[in-house]
Write a protein that binds this ligand. Structure first.
Ligand code: 5GP
Ligand code: SF4
Ligand code: MG
Length: 458
């Protein structure tokens, strides 16, 4: 998911719309904006893309005020349903509050059971609603204390933006799994999941909000707190591999450069004699450029992408995903015929994408196909907000590299090593010195209260 917030700008809702547009790659299932005019919160939300949900000007007339928050969603916990659109907005004893969440809480179900037992009635199945209930029950008075009290109970990944009638609060969980950046525009404070949102609205990028940091913005300005016990930061390395936009600055580095370095390292680890380096667009492009530079093998755009098709993986139904590859990519026969090609992608999840694309490239006349993946084998599910499938469906959890090579029908297959990935990414900025790489290593920085069957969590 992607979150956005702005406080103290007359065009708050409009700028949120643009911000969400820039964050659209982080979720295409639904989106929404909640704005405040100082006395009342108003929301507009819907299923689908930002451009569709906000296609009528009249929507903005109904979102007056100088502060707003927004969200683009792809489901990890909770289904694909209008009820689960964010920001979630509620009225309670102390007024109104809205929240937009990127991440995934690992103890949401436990907390929910407990709250329901005590009489809470939930209206969504999203883990985020747990935060709202905890907040409504908090004993403290001041808003930051209430939020802290609520968040002290939850475990897992959260980059959150809250909006009340008069205040905006942004929080990043103590491990800092998901990114969250702070910027400024014409004196107004802005927060966004990625800095590409600032670029679009011409806001100045000030810094990243730190793991465990809470920022309160109100008419007095900005205050920063570190209300949680200190934890080792573990930002998600998969943001660098695949999820974030290459033009964003993430955990202290621009994503594009990191992806290129993954490709260079991959070329050092898995060299092969070949005529061409082809990326699987778009996610494989920067790594393929790095691979080509390091190996000296020419880079070519041998697969042409139809840009009017969304990111296949994010579409939740298997049927669309399968159809997706063909609708999305087509090989350039003249380039490929009779050639030995290195095909670069960022990851193999189920293996279906790679298998189909290799078939396509083979049909276009390639003599040899060597697949190189700019991350290690994805063998473990993510519980911190990336929608990887269950362990069973992850091809590398139950197959060797040689078996995967046979399944996808390539002539050879090489993955970036874990050490190579860490070296290429460098140390993340912030209080910790290493990334979360649990989906590759199985080492989970935040343990689960109760490890459920994989299928319950996304
Ligand atoms: P597969 O067919 O192996 O399941 O899908 C792999 C492809 O999905 C890669 O090209 C990768 O870029 C893309 N992809 C899209 N979303 C995700 C995601 O959330 N996780 C991973 N690992 N790959 C994704
Ligand atoms: Fe990111 Fe993987 Fe860790 Fe999930 S498990 S937070 S995808 S590195
Ligand atoms: Mg891809």
């Amino acid at each position: 998911c992607g979150v956005f917030g702005i406080y103290g700008h007359p065009e708050a809702a409009n700028l949120s719309y643009l911000g969400l547009y820039a964050l659209q790659h982080r979720g295409q299932e639904s989106c929404g904006i909640v704005a405040s005019d100082g006395t009342k919160l108003r929301a507009h939300k819907g299923m689908g893309l930002v451009a569709d949900v906000f296609k009528h000007d009249s929507v903005f007339a109904n979102l007056p005020g100088s502060s707003a928050i927004g969200h683009v969603r792809y489901s990890t916990a909770g289904g694909n349903d209008f009820k689960n659109c964010q920001p979630i907005m509620v009225d309670y004893a102390r007024g109104s509050i809205a929240v937009a969440h990127n991440g995934n809480l690992v103890n949401a179900q436990e907390l929910r059971n407990e709250l329901e037992h005590q009489g809470s009635i939930f209206s969504t199945i999203a883990d985020t609603e747990v935060i709202i209930h905890l907040l409504a029950r908090a004993q403290c008075d001041a808003l930051p204390d209430r939020i802290t009290e609520a968040l002290t109970r939850v475990k897992g990944a959260y980059s959150l933006v809250f909006l009340t009638e008069t205040r905006m609060v942004a929080v990043r969980d103590p491990n800092g799994f998901r990114p969250l950046a702070l910027g400024k525009l014409d004196g107004a404070y802005v927060v966004a999941s990625e800095t590409c949102a600032f670029d679009l609205i011409e806001a100045e990028f000030i810094r990243e909000i730190e793991p465990g940091e809470m920022i309160l913005v109100d008419k007095h300005g900005l205050k920063s707190f570190f209300p949680f016990p200190k934890s080792v930061a573990a930002p998600c390395i998969f943001e660098h591999i695949y999820f974030a936009r290459p033009d964003s600055i993430l955990f202290g580095k621009q994503v594009y450069g990191v992806r290129k370095e993954f490709g260079r390292q991959l070329a050092r680890e898995h060299a092969v004699e070949a005529d061409l380096v082809l990326p699987i667009p778009d996610s494989g492009v920067p790594a393929a450029i790095g691979y080509a530079e390091e190996s000296g093998i020419p880079f070519q755009l041998g697969l042409i992408r139809n840009h009017y098709v969304g990111r296949t993986f994010i579409e939740p139904q298997q049927s669309i995903r399968h159809f997706g590859v063909k609708i999305k990519l087509n090989p350039v026969r003249d380039l490929i015929e009779g050639k030995r090609v290195v095909v670069i992608d960022d990851s193999i999840v189920r293996g279906t994408t790679a298998r189909k694309i290799i078939k396509m490239i083979r049909n276009a006349g390639a003599k040899e196909i060597h697949v190189r993946i700019s991350s290690p084998p994805t063998s473990f599910p993510c519980y911190y907000g990336i929608d990887t499938p269950t362990r069973k469906e992850l091809i590398s959890s139950s197959h060797t590299i040689e078996e995967i090579n046979r399944y996808i029908t390539s002539d050879s297959l090489g993955y970036l090593s874990r050490e190579g990935m860490r070296a290429a990414a460098g140390a993340p900025e912030g209080s910790g010195k290493s990334f979360c790489d649990a989906c590759f290593s199985g080492y989970y920085p935040v343990k689960f209260p109760r490890l459920k069957s994989d299928s319950q969590l996304g």
